[in-house]
Design a protein around this ligand. Structure first.
Ligand SMILES: Nc1ncnc2c1ncn2[C@@H]1O[C@H](COP(=O)(O)OP(=O)(O)O)[C@@H](O)[C@H]1O
Ligand SMILES: O=P(O)(O)OC[C@H]1O[C@](O)(COP(=O)(O)O)[C@@H](O)[C@@H]1O
Length: 344
């Protein structure tokens, strides 16, 4: 690779947790770059690769058939030292030494904070592409990976329902989402769960185990014996699903089974909508570079491509859909408010 090439040379990396569809986004970045006669340098292991000069040149032929796989072919990583000033300065030096004029960062809010931090020390253009299963970024209708994670959680909940129904059992299924309830709410609705424990609901009125038991018993009173499937967002109960189910058994003699979906939610084939979203946003990122944009995220709002200031993506709130929440939490709640106010 020569730093004296006349073609515009841009960098790309995937950072933070991998999200299904990151490969599709990378593919789109490379194909669009080639279309517009740009050269692409990919850094491996996120910001680590930027600091360690771990990079490779990517051409269309290298990425043609990667969009059906989750993970990321250029690897991802969490890189705590990137928060330091010296790290951003070193990254800037490395980017300049390679003759790069722009960097595309595919990742979540942490990665975007890192990108903003870098922008304080580097003059090149920086474009974010939202890649996280959590969907917790302001400014885009969806993040890459979210639809796949919801589909995986829904599939697991459907399977749990089979055994829960057969044995009239209570199940607690713990889903990811970091500090947001998007995966929890969507998977609960898609699978018809009886209960959700989401960060957004917990903030106003944290659920108590006694209130939960009351709800389980009232659902049984309304519907008769049967299954009760609960979706628990991670970090919303001390000790998670295992501790909560032990508490239900020990303190209330209520048989209950926990199920942690964990990183299963980030694997397998990306959903079609994630592949398509990633393809659109990857191309959008390159076109934003051509338009001279910087320090923005390539997003989508009501089917329109948008450019959102990176800082807005984490300083502004991306709330749960109020109507989905109302439907799932009130209309579909077997225990009606008039008869008995739900406890959260
Ligand atoms: N405040 C920050 N300043 C600089 N870099 C950051 C900052 N926050 C996060 N990063 C970088 O972004 C990486 C990914 O962030 P993380 O929160 O782990 O994942 P995600 O991007 O998926 O939200 C971190 O490991 C770190 O390298
Ligand atoms: O894979 P790790 O490092 O254990 O992190 C788990 C976290 O990553 C996620 O799967 C995705 O979050 P990020 O996109 O912020 O990395 C979260 O839902 C979860 O809390």
């Amino acid at each position: 690779m020569s730093a004296t090439t006349s073609r515009q040379r841009i960098g790309v990396l995937t950072s933070g947790g991998d999200a299904p569809g990151m490969n599709a986004a990378l593919r789109a970045v490379v194909l669009a770059a080639e279309h517009y006669d740009m050269e692409v340098i990919a850094f491996r292991h996120g910001y680590e690769g930027l600091l360690n000069n771990e990079y490779l040149s990517l051409k269309a032929a290298d990425v043609l058939h990667v969009l059906q796989y989750s993970g990321t072919i250029i690897k991802s990583a969490r890189c705590p030292r990137f928060k330091e000033v010296a790290a951003a300065q070193l990254a800037a030096e490395n980017l300049d030494a390679l003759g790069l004029s722009a960097l595309v960062v595919i990742g979540g809010d942490g990665s975007f904070r890192g990108a903003e931090h870098l922008s304080q020390y580097w003059q090149g253009q920086i474009i974010g592409v939202p890649g996280t299963i959590d969907n917790d970024l302001y400014g885009t209708d969806a993040t890459i990976g979210y639809a796949t994670a919801v589909a995986i959680a829904m599939d697991a909940l459907d399977k749990i329902r089979d055994t829960a129904d057969a044995m009239d059992r209570v199940f607690i299924v713990e889903v990811m989402g970091r500090h947001a309830g998007f995966i929890g709410l969507s998977s609960a609705m898609a699978a018809g769960a009886e209960r959700m424990i989401l960060p957004e609901l917990q903030r106003d009125k944290p659920l108590t185990v006694a209130a939960l038991v009351k709800h389980i018993k009232r659902v049984e009173a309304v519907r008769g014996p049967g299954s009760y499937v609960m979706v628990l967002s991670e970090h919303q109960w001390p000790g998670g699903a295992v501790a909560l189910s032990e508490q239900l058994e020990a303190e209330f003699d209520m048989p209950c089974r926990p199920c942690l979906l964990g990183h299963i939610q980030r694997g397998g084939a990306p959903a079609p909508s994630d592949r398509i979203l990633a393809s659109q946003l990857g191309v959008h990122a390159i076109e934003l570079i051509l338009q001279g944009a910087t320090r923005v995220m390539a997003g989508i709002k009501a089917n329109q491509m948008v450019a959102v200031p990176l800082v807005d993506t984490w300083t502004k709130k991306n709330p749960l859909d109020e109507n989905l929440l109302r439907i799932q939490h009130e209309i579909f709640n077997p225990v009606k408010k008039s008869a008995n106010k739900p406890s959260q």
